[in-house]
Write a protein that binds this ligand. Structure first.
Ligand SMILES: [Zn+2]
Length: 430
C-alpha cells in the first residue's frame, strides 16, 4: 500500500505529503480514455486550532487534469478530500493540497505547461487539446498571467517609439515601445489621435515632461500629437524608415529602368539577378575574390557586378551614390553630411528619390535629430512580423484583448519567468 503510493507519487512527480494514492487505473472519463489516479487527502489536526478533537464529515471529490507525456492518454487525479468537523473550534474544514490552488480545478503543473505553450507559436486549440482542458481554460490562464502586465501610470521610458500595425479585421493598431529596451509600453485598439491622447493623458504632466525623444516614421501623423503630449521631447524621424525610403526610391527607379531594356542583354542580367548587392553598403561587398558567374559567363567579384551595372545609366549611378552616402552618414551619425546631402541640387537624381528628398526637407529638424541619435524603430518592424505570425497561427484573433495579451506574453518572456516563479511561490506557501 505504502509502496504503491510512493511509486505513483514518483511517477507523477508530486511531493505533497498530504496525498495518499490508493490506485491508478485505466478508465473512461467524460468520454475519454484516461489514466485515473485516486488519492486520499486527510487531516491529522484541525487546520484552524491544531486540535485533534474532531469527527470525520464525509468526502469531497475533485478531479484534476494532470500533465501527461501522451496526449491521447490523459492523466487525471481524483482527490478524495476527507472533511472534518472540529469539536474544539466548531469549524468544518477540508484538507488542501498543493497540486491545485484554492477554488481551482487545474493543477499548477498543467498551468505551467499551458503558459509555456502560450509563449510558443501555437494555437490555443492545440494547447488545450494537448493538456486535455477546454480552450476557455487556456484563455483563463492567459488572462491570469497577463494580470501582472497591469499598467501603472507613474513612469514612462525616456525614449518612446511610435508605430502602427495591422491587426484584427485589417484595422490599424497603435503601438508604443521603449526605444532603448524594446519592451512594449502600450498597444491601443486603434490609432485615432483621440485614443492616443486619452491614454497618455492618464500620465501626470511631470512624467510626460520627462520624455526626451519620440521616434516615428516620416508621415507627420504623430508629430503634432507628440509635441502636444510631450512638451519637452524631440520628435525624431526613425533612421530605419529613412533608409527604407531611400532604398525604395533606388529600387523603384532600377525596376523602371530595367523595363525598357532587352531582357537577354548583359546589362539587364547585371541589374536583375544581383539586386541584393545594390542595397548593401559598397564597402561591405566582396572586392578581391572572383567567382564564376553563370548568367554572365565570366568570373566576377561582387563590387565588379555593382560598378558595371551602374555604368548603364548616369541617373542610376547618381542615385546609388546618394543612397550610399546617406547610409554611411546615418551609420556614423553625421548630421552635417545629411544636411549637405539634402540641401544640394537634386536634378541628377531619379524622380523617386527627388520626391523622397522633398519629404525629408519638409521635416528637416526631425530628420537631423534622427541622424544624430542612436535609437531606431527597427525593433518595431521585427515585432510586426512576430504579430503577423501569432495571428496566422491562430487563424486570426476575433478578440483584440487576447491577441494583445498573447503578443505581450511572447514578447516579454522575462516577465514570464517571474510568473513561473510566482506560481512556484504560491505552491510552496500552501
Ligand atoms: Zn479546530
Amino acid at each position: 500500500m505504502n509502496l504503491n503510493t510512493n511509486y505513483i507519487k514518483e511517477f507523477l512527480d508530486i511531493e505533497d505529503p498530504c496525498l495518499n494514492f490508493i490506485s491508478c487505473t485505466r478508465t473512461t472519463y467524460r468520454g475519454m480514455n484516461v489514466i485515473m489516479c485516486v488519492a486520499l487527502a486527510e487531516l491529522n489536526v484541525c487546520p484552524n486550532c491544531e486540535s485533534d478533537n474532531f469527527i470525520y464529515n464525509g468526502f469531497k471529490t475533485v478531479t484534476i487534469p494532470y500533465i501527461s507525456a501522451n496526449a491521447s492518454k490523459p492523466v487525471f487525479i481524483k482527490v478524495k478530500k476527507l472533511g472534518i468537523f472540529c469539536k474544539n473550534c466548531q469549524e468544518y474544514s477540508y484538507p488542501s493540497t498543493n497540486i491545485v490552488e484554492k477554488h481551482c480545478h487545474i493543477s499548477n503543473a498543467v498551468k505551467r505547461k499551458i503558459i509555456s505553450g502560450l509563449t510558443e507559436d501555437r494555437s490555443m486549440t492545440s494547447i488545450a487539446r494537448e493538456n486535455s482542458v477546454s480552450v476557455t481554460t487556456v484563455q483563463r490562464c492567459l488572462d491570469e498571467c497577463s494580470a501582472q502586465f497591469t499598467l501603472s501610470f507613474d513612469s514612462l521610458p525616456e525614449h518612446l517609439a511610435f508605430d502602427e500595425f495591422r491587426g484584427i479585421g485589417r484595422k490599424l493598431h497603435f503601438i508604443c515601445q521603449d526605444g532603448e529596451k524594446h519592451t512594449i509600453v502600450v498597444i491601443l485598439q486603434n490609432r485615432f489621435k483621440s485614443t492616443i491622447r486619452k491614454y497618455f493623458e492618464q500620465f501626470p504632466e511631470t512624467t510626460r515632461k520627462a520624455v526626451k525623444t519620440i521616434s516615428t516614421d516620416l508621415n507627420c501623423y504623430y508629430g503634432s500629437l507628440a509635441r502636444e503630449l510631450f512638451p519637452n521631447a524631440k520628435v525624431v524621424v526613425d533612421r530605419f524608415h529613412m533608409v527604407q525610403m531611400v532604398t525604395r526610391s533606388f529600387t523603384g527607379f532600377r525596376v523602371q529602368f530595367m523595363k525598357e531594356m532587352d531582357k537577354t542583354s548583359r546589362e539587364y542580367k547585371l541589374l536583375k539577378s544581383h539586386w541584393k548587392l545594390y542595397l548593401k553598403k559598397y564597402k561591405e561587398l566582396e572586392g578581391t575574390h572572383q567567382v564564376y558567374n553563370r548568367s554572365l559567363r565570366a568570373p566576377y567579384t561582387q563590387s565588379q557586378i555593382v560598378s558595371e551595372g551602374l555604368q548603364c545609366d548616369e541617373t542610376l549611378e547618381n542615385t546609388y551614390n546618394f543612397m550610399q552616402d546617406f547610409m554611411y552618414a546615418l551609420k556614423y551619425k553625421d548630421p552635417e553630411k545629411i544636411e549637405e546631402l539634402l540641401s544640394g541640387n537634386t536634378r541628377q537624381y531619379c524622380p523617386q528619390l527627388r520626391t523622397t528628398i522633398r519629404s525629408f526637407r519638409r521635416s528637416f529638424r526631425a530628420v537631423l535629430n534622427g541622424a544624430a541619435l542612436p535609437f531606431s524603430n527597427g525593433c518595431l518592424e521585427g515585432l510586426n512580423r512576430k504579430i503577423k505570425q501569432i495571428e496566422r497561427t491562430a487563424y486570426g484573433y476575433s478578440n483584440f484583448t487576447h491577441l494583445l495579451k498573447r503578443i505581450r506574453l511572447e514578447q516579454n518572456l522575462i516577465s514570464l519567468k517571474k510568473s513561473a516563479k510566482r506560481l512556484e511561490a504560491v505552491q510552496h506557501s500552501h
